[in-house]
Design a protein around this ligand. Structure first.
Ligand SMILES: O=P(O)(O)OC[C@@H](O)[C@H]1O[C@@H](OP(=O)(O)O)[C@@H](O)[C@@H](O)[C@@H]1O
Ligand SMILES: [Mg+2]
Ligand SMILES: [Zn+2]
Length: 180
């Protein structure tokens, strides 16, 4: 099975230090919707693992979060593609949950859902915690320069990390080289 797991904020949509608190603030990064559609149309299953501590912080509701994910699904479907399982961590940094990245709980949830092994599966993120979550389960850490990616890169990333400009360039690489 060709499985690709994506972080959300900073990879699929623009991120903000003030959190993405409303549907209006959820703005796709240019090329990302097309990339997901193209990947799914070429046999890739695209899942999402996203920290959403804004829920615990009271910045937005689960209904708002669901509306953002419904919008993502609508936009990808309009291009003939589909989005797989979306898993989010609604907890705060001090809640001690197993799902908040850098813990790999969400990646394991996705792997169990699809009954696949995570070894070598590409997990694409823009933050250090994304890369650490990938490494915790022997997945392939992949950093994009969008969102917080440049900032993350400037602080140093694990040697095995693959680095791409954006999700569109990842899709192009996977589709044209049938990697993964
Ligand atoms: O990149 P993903 O995992 O999809 O989502 C990240 C968001 O939940 C937010 O995560 C926060 O980190 P804290 O949760 O406050 O540590 C901050 O980095 C915000 O800028 C960011 O929007
Ligand atoms: Mg992110
Ligand atoms: Zn959690």
């Amino acid at each position: 099975m060709k499985l690709l797991i994506l972080d959300r904020d900073g990879v699929i949509n623009q991120d903000s230090d003030a959190y993405i608190k409303s549907l209006d603030e959820w703005i796709p990064i240019p090329g990302s919707i097309e990339a997901i559609a193209q990947l799914s149309k070429t046999g890739w299953t695209v899942a999402v693992a996203t920290n959403q501590s804004g829920i615990a912080r009271g910045y937005y509701s689960l209904a708002t979060l669901d509306a953002m994910h419904a919008r993502l699904r609508e936009l990808v479907a309009a291009q003939g593609g589909e989005v797989g399982l979306i898993v989010y961590c609604p907890h705060g940094p001090d809640d001690g949950c197993d799902c908040r990245k850098p813990r790999p709980g969400m990646l394991r949830t996705i792997a169990n859902h699809y009954a696949v092994d995570l070894a070598g599966v590409w997990f694409v993120g823009d933050s250090k915690g994304d890369l650490e979550a990938a490494r915790a389960v022997d997945a392939q850490p992949v950093l994009v320069r969008t969102g917080k990616g440049e900032q993350t890169l400037s602080k140093g990333v694990p040697e095995a990390t693959l680095i791409f400009d954006d999700l569109a360039s990842i899709a192009s690489a996977l589709i044209h080289t049938q990697a993964g």
